[in-house]
Design a protein around this ligand. Sequence first.
Ligand code: PLP
Length: 387
Amino acid sequence: MYDFDNTANRRNTYSLKWDVKENELPMWVADMDFRCAPEIFEAINERLSIGALGYSNTPNSYFEAYKAFWERRHNVSYNIEDMVFSTGVVPSLSSAVRALTNIGDGVIILTPVYNIFFNSIRNNKRNIIECPLIYNSNGTYDIDFEAFELVAQDKNNTMLIFCNPGNPTGRIWTKDELIRIGDICKKNNITVVSDEIHCDIIKEGEEYIPFYSVNDVCKDISLTLISATKCFNMAGIQASLALSSNKEILRRFNRQLNTDECAEGNFICYGATIAALNKGEAWLNEMNKYVDNNFKLLEEFLKDYPELVLTKRSATYLAWLNISKITNESEEFTKFLRDKTGLFITEGDEYGKSGKGFVRINLATSKANILDGLNRFKIGVKLWKSR
Ligand SMILES: Cc1ncc(COP(=O)(O)O)c(C=O)c1O
């Protein structure tokens, strides 16, 4: 049994999330408040006890731990020769865009989606091709395959950056959907970069399907980006894995990653990742149950707000809430909420135009913080309505 009620106090520790005013409650960036699995800290402390902090090599056991974990948990077998280390999924996204597309190309994203996808495309002078998901009034999302096929057919568009499972939608894509994406992309020479960093934060009874595992087409056209950091709450160690069984994709990506100097890890990250993957599954399973319970608290709370629609969530600890019946101005609303109540959540517009009228709330925190957050939200909505 791990203690998820007793979260780490990260105020005044240069924490991106918790470097906020004393009265503020941050429930924004995708960073959990839970203490990491003790097994991870044992590995880190063992490293530290050496008493020196020099350069490191990436050990083979890093790749072996990923391979074994994905075989055990997701029934997919990756070849170690198909894997490379990277200092993060975000660095990999940028390197992939640079390596596998040309300046001026279009890169497709299915929005709403992780805001940094936009940066990785824009910062590299490629064009963002937003293909919005279909939003159904019951709070579910589907891929607009007709629209997707049209943008895929445009010869200027050469890559899809795909989020599997989706952040912020919490959507797990079905095998049929993945097959369709693979077929459309193969037919139109689109490389798929599949960001699967959220793949082990899964609601009970749901199952994520790695894009790579679906069939030979998907395997051949894709670069998969994964990392233990998101699901084991150690984003600060900055380590990830990229893999492709397409030798040319992997070669070009790896060359670029080296040019970008993102191909080598630090002293801490290898041991921590290996410990998480080899010894952390009990923690991971309990964490998922805890997050499921937090969602139940939110659902209970929302019974008093029939005008707010919570998106059906299969994965991630992120609640994606449709507030458009109260306001479409999510940016203004979240600023107001922060100002009046100290609750710090994210405006949906960050994730693309179709995120307008939504907010994203991070529920990977203690039950006490959830209850505090919901209370602040209640006060904020009341003040907003009466302003
Ligand atoms: C979809 C997605 N990809 C990547 C990242 C960050 O990856 P990294 O910390 O490995 O750069 C996040 C963090 O929130 C994310 O949500």
